[in-house]
Design a protein around this ligand. Structure first.
Ligand code: GLA
Length: 671
């Protein structure tokens, strides 16, 4: 058997088809969007004053707001100061596990947790910040200073901000999150915050009720300000959660995680709306948070919208309903729906606007690279892991896939592009010259597997493990909540048949899939990737296994040991270097090296990349131009929902609980 020299497998990467984003952001400075300051007077919906404040069940709005609330500037609001009323009707495909976000429970995605959680900083809206001023927005941390040597960062929390039940938000909440979640290895907060997210050896302490101090090992690691945004530094209500945490109770960690099931109503949040009603497989209803700590320049307490709905349906139905007008919002991200959605939205009578952005949706085939026990593989699975860790094997799989056809099987037209893996074309740090592309070449793929001694010894069409071993059978985990995920997975399975690999579907619904993925119980998975490959600065630590529990497809075994491949060590070193420099030229250079090593080694097998479109009902105002569905975060954060409103003459009567507010935590519902 002749070894095939690596360079012969590489080829010219075709440029993605032209696809112009349909609207461009208006680029501004952070200070143009918001500031923290006291205003001479504050307002709220009339019914809140008359039904609650006048009745003595709620303090006056000025007393409910912080000393200096976050003020959104009018000049940056696309349609200006808004009016109160109406509802945003979301449709989602996920299901809530419960409300303990920091304890690791999912709320069903689709913007639920993004809306409930407020974090120290905020990054969703950064798509509209001038590149040279890019830095996370202050949020629960309203300001910060670096020490002279750059190793300490002092942050000031919004003073007098309150949870939606009126309890004070302060450093107790922040430290409870840090000490008993991030630093407690028994807890895995949703979205995966771990100590390494904030740098090895980093410490955090409370100075007083509204001041915290970070101490880092390096000087000026401004990068961590991104980790303090959604989803890795959004504290939970310590006054509610703490009594259930194992450190302060007899609960097990599992009991703690599950202590706030979806039926638990009125969970205190810092977000603009509070869950007040839950009907399984039907709907979650949220009402305005009377203690929300953000206002407009006229002193109107936000949000403008009184209610939020999350219809518990399917992700495809989210597209269908948004286009039809029975839902209000969708991230059009399942390429199979594009043609129909575009056609309908182009009609004058269309109820919704549809706006495409850049190619920031991407899928990869990820192989489990742990060879030392993560997920407790049996013998078969362990043999697959050994193959996964072999470069020729990964290359063979990669070049046995016809990416052009995979993309076209989702949707025809200029949408999908060949994705060789790593950073997406069209994002800031992408560099084509540093991208190694191994084009479709089934013959060479078969040659590579022959070279590995994987021959079909029993002539059943499936290669066998060496030395009379069993058929090479590989399970492929995918999220059955999304047609795109399973369609791509099926495409992969079919295309690998002529390579002599038997790939078996393991399609699981969202929550089960997430659990299996996080536990390492998979050989391979097809996954839609996160913000780290789009923005690089968001979720940076997850670009490589920089910690034992941080990476998607390579984590430590039960003893906390990682068995990194040599090229992974290089990736880790690059990511760590990226984090500690803020020199833009150096950063760009580091990411070129990252991209080369990633793609050369087929770290993951890129499948397809394509643009997403934001669909939003035309009655909503203050939707920023050029809002991407995914960049630093999802569009549910990017569009700044608390600032969105519906002009009076366009308001619908969708509120299910008009003129009510959230009731007692754990109580029956709205009052
Ligand atoms: C899901 C959806 C995305 C987005 C996120 C928000 O993943 O598929 O479009 O709504 O939830 O968390």
């Amino acid at each position: 058997m002749l070894a095939i020299p690596a360079q012969e497998l590489t080829g010219e990467l075709p440029d993605p088809p032209e696809f112009a984003a349909q609207s461009e952001p208006i680029f501004v400075s952070v200070g143009d969007i918001q500031e923290f300051k006291a205003l001479p007077e504050y307002h709220e919906p009339d019914w809140v004053t008359s039904k609650y404040v006048d009745a003595g069940t709620l303090p006056p709005v000025a007393e409910r707001l912080p000393k200096e609330p976050l003020v959104y500037k009018t000049a940056n609001m696309p349609d200006g100061i808004g009016v109160y009323g109406d509802t945003m009707r979301h449709v989602i495909g996920g299901r809530p596990e419960g409300w303990n976000y920091i304890g690791g429970q999912a709320q069903g995605w689709g913007g639920i947790d993004i809306g409930l959680s407020e974090c120290l900083t905020r990054t969703g809206p950064l798509f509209m910040i001038k590149a040279e001023e890019l830095e996370p927005l202050p949020n629960l941390a309203k300001g910060w200073e670096w020490s002279e040597d750059g190793k300490q960062l002092t942050m000031h929390l919004v003073e007098g901000a309150k949870w939606s039940d009126g309890d004070a938000f302060d450093t107790e909440d922040v430290m409870f999150y840090w000490d008993d979640h991030i630093m407690d290895p028994n807890v895995s907060p949703l979205n995966g915050g771990t100590p390494e997210t904030f740098g090895q050896g980093t410490t955090l302490e409370a100075i007083d009720a509204y001041t915290i101090k970070w101490t880092f090992q390096e000087a000026f690691p401004t990068q961590y300000l991104y980790a303090m945004a959604y989803g890795t530094f959004c504290p939970g209500p310590s006054h509610i959660l703490k009594p259930e945490h194992p450190k302060y109770s007899d609960n097990t960690y599992e009991q703690y995680k599950n202590a706030f099931p979806p039926e638990y109503m009125n969970i205190p949040v810092m977000g603009a709306w509070v869950p007040v009603e839950y009907r399984p497989d039907d709907i979650i209803v949220m009402r305005r948070n009377p203690y929300y700590w953000k206002v407009d320049e006229n002193g109107n307490q936000l949000p403008y919208l009184n209610e939020m709905h999350y219809r518990l349906s399917t992700w495809t139905d989210r597209d269908v309903q948004a286009v039809a007008g029975s839902g209000d919002f969708s991230n059009l991200e399942q390429a199979e729906s594009y043609v129909e959605a575009l056609r309908r939205s182009a009609e004058d009578s269309a109820p919704a606007r549809l706006q495409f952005g850049a190619r920031t949706i991407g899928y990869a085939l990820q192989m489990n690279l742990s060879g030392n026990g993560w997920g407790e593989p049996d013998d078969r699975a362990q043999s697959v892991r050994d193959l996964n860790r072999n470069l020729d094997f990964r290359k063979a799989v990669s070049i046995a896939l016809d990416r052009q056809r995979l993309g076209e099987s989702l949707v025809r037209g200029p949408f999908t592009a060949i994705y060789p893996g790593g950073l997406y074309a069209g994002t800031t740090y992408y560099d084509k010259a540093s991208t190694v592309y191994y084009p479709f070449n089934l013959e060479a793929a078969n040659g590579l597997l022959d070279g590995l001694g994987l021959a079909d010894t029993d002539a059943n069409g499936v290669r066998n493990f060496p030395d009379g071993g069993a058929d090479v059978e590989i399970t492929l985990l995918a999220n059955s909540d999304y047609g795109t995920d399973t369609n791509l997975a099926e495409g992969v399975m079919a295309q690998l048949e002529p390579l002599g690999l038997r790939v078996i579907a393991n399609f699981q619904s969202g929550t089960a899939r997430d659990d299996m993925a996080a536990a390492g119980q998979f050989d391979w998975q097809v996954a839609r990737q996160g913000a780290e490959l789009v923005s690089v600065v968001q979720g940076t630590a997850a670009l490589a296994p920089t910690g034992p529990r941080i990476h998607t497809f390579h984590r430590a075994n039960a003893d906390g040991e990682l068995d990194l491949l040599p090229f992974e060590e290089e990736l880790v070193a690059l990511v760590n270097k990226f984090v500690t420099t803020s020199d833009n030229a150096e950063r760009a250079d580091i990411m070129k090296q990252y991209q080369r090593i990633f793609t050369e080694n087929v770290y993951s097998v890129g499948l397809t990349q394509y643009p997403g479109a934001l669909i939003i009902n035309k009655r909503f105002a203050n939707i920023p131009a050029g809002s991407p569905i995914m960049m630093f975060n999802w569009a549910e954060d990017n569009i700044i929902r608390e600032r969105v409103f519906v002009p009076e003459d366009r308001q619908g009567s969708y509120e299910l609980h008009p003129e009510t507010l959230p009731g007692e935590p754990g109580g029956a519902g709205p009052v």
